[in-house]
Design a protein around this ligand. Structure first.
Ligand code: NAD
Length: 435
């Protein structure tokens, strides 16, 4: 098939590259001329495991192209994906200016029947708005389909190539056939393509992300209570996760969720609810708890240093909002570092992939080439992202480099018994402090 993808961020570039990999002819359109020039030179603009090899191969085999021109990009396309940003507006609702702006431009450019696919996370009713915008200037027939994306950054290629399910919102039989043809190579194992109306598909994405954010947040509150009661949240997690009604995933306690999706999607669903006269109380609780959870270790470290962090050197491991990505949007690490530096601490950081992105926002902290370099002469280590390489460090080396063996771990990477045996002072989430 001939496919256009508008927007080449984490979702658009994965969508375009993976559909090229299944033999389609894909043109990706982006407004960012610098990014397009880099991609035309064969440079991948984001870090996403497994993507680069597909990106390079499909460019070489001439199935994947890039342009800044919408009219050139959609030439002869049978489907047009919209993978555009939907950031929160001032009132928390999803800002549709990118989606509706492109929809407006598309109308006069269409020359033949096409299926326009909303891949962005968009509020209920957006497919209708997109249809209206295009229809204002279109001379040909077209369909607008809602096809929310469920990929996770860090494992996006795997998620895209083998999705648990594909959700498609449409009432058009023609569009259904096109979507079946497009996705059938990805669903060979028998995972379903679930058809529904556009509004239900749009709602499905918000319900999924809000539920997952709630699951994490619930576990974080259990952790906070475990600390007060002398229970261990990791044992509680195993105890409940083995119940098939609950499931093992998304139960790890920590310093809260971040990223470009959960915070904005929970906020947007709460705003939609409010607009429709419904007070979605669990979502408000999720946002409030997560907000507090992100900086939960700050009072502990401040108290540990007798009420002041001034002049202390704090090593930080992990900046990205989760491992295997360079994405730092809403990453808890950033807020923590801002508080540490405002309190007069010197901060030395290491992250395997996200340092370049953070340098632009926080130019005045120290960036280190290795995790151990960040520890050199530091008064304490704080851990904000669970990169696997932090899980089994050389504790002897850590002990020698740190001024004192003090670790504040926002991701529960180490066993309490190990840290006690090694003589570390160790604070984590939902477990006893080792002091
Ligand atoms: P992103 O910010 O990484 O990428 C968006 C891209 O769109 C950028 O490259 C930008 O330059 C481009 N763009 C902006 N205006 C444009 C225009 N007028 N024409 C062409 N290109 C334009 O965003 P993302 O993380 O890929 O997310 C896109 C959508 O997918 C959002 O609605 C998001 O909620 C949703 N989503 C994201 C994820 C994720 O993990 N990132 C997962 C599922 C769904």
């Amino acid at each position: 098939m001939k496919i256009a993808v508008v927007g080449t961020g984490y979702v658009g570039l994965v969508t375009g590259t993976c559909f090229a990999e299944t033999g389609n002819q894909v043109t990706c359109v982006d407004i960012d001329a610098n990014k397009v020039a880099r991609m035309q030179r064969g440079e991948i603009p984001i870090f996403e495991p497994g993507l680069e090899v597909l990106f390079v191969r499909n460019i070489a085999e001439e199935r994947l192209k890039f342009t800044t021109s919408l009219s050139e990009g959609i030439q002869d396309a049978e489907v047009i994906f919209l993978a555009l940003p939907t950031p929160p507006g001032e009132d928390g609702s999803a800002d549709l200016k990118y989606i509706l702006g492109v929809a407006q431009e598309l109308g006069p450019l269409l020359e033949d029947y096409v299926v326009v696919i909303d891949k962005s996370t968009v509020p209920v009713g957006t497919a209708e708005k997109v249809r209206e915008k295009i229809a204002q200037n279109a001379k040909v027939d077209f369909d607008v389909v809602s096809n929310p994306e469920f990929l996770r950054e860090g494992v996006a290629v795997e998620d895209f190539m083998k999705p648990d399910r594909v959700v498609v919102g449409t009432s058009s039989e023609n569009a259904k056939k096109v979507m079946e043809k497009l996705y059938s190579p990805l669903l060979r194992q028998g995972n379903p393509i679930i058809f529904m109306d556009e509004r239900s598909a749009e709602m499905t994405k918000y319900a999924a992300n809000s539920f997952l954010a709630m699951k994490i947040t619930f576990m974080n509150e259990i952790a906070n209570l475990c600390e007060r009661l002398g229970a261990n949240v990791d044992d509680v997690r195993k105890g409940i996760g083995t119940d098939s009604r609950i499931g093992k995933r998304f139960l790890f306690a920590g310093i809260g969720y971040g990223g470009s999706c959960f915070p904005k999607d929970v906020q947007a669903l709460a705003k939609t609810s409010q607009d429709y006269g419904y007070d979605f109380r669990t979502l408000h609780a999720v946002m409030a708890v997560n907000n507090d959870q992100k900086t939960k270790l700050i009072p502990a470290i401040t108290e540990y240093f007798g009420g002041s962090l001034s002049g202390k050197t704090i090593a930080v491991w992990g900046l990205a909002f989760k491992p295997y990505t360079d994405d730092i949007r809403e990453a808890p690490a950033l807020e923590n570092i801002r508080i540490l530096t405002a309190a007069g601490a010197n901060v030395a950081v290491y992250d395997p992939e996200a340092m370049d992105n953070v340098k632009q926002l926080l130019p005045d902290i120290t960036y280190c080439h290795t995790a151990y370099a960040a520890l050199d002469d530091a008064d304490a280590l704080m851990i904000f992202t669970e990169w696997p390489q932090f899980r089994t460090p050389d504790f002897d080396k850590m002990s020698k480099l740190l001024k004192a063996k003090v670790v504040f771990d926002g991701r529960n990477l180490y066993e309490i018994s190990t840290m006690r045996e090694l003589g570390f002072t160790y604070f984590s989430i939902g477990r006893e402090a080792v002091n």
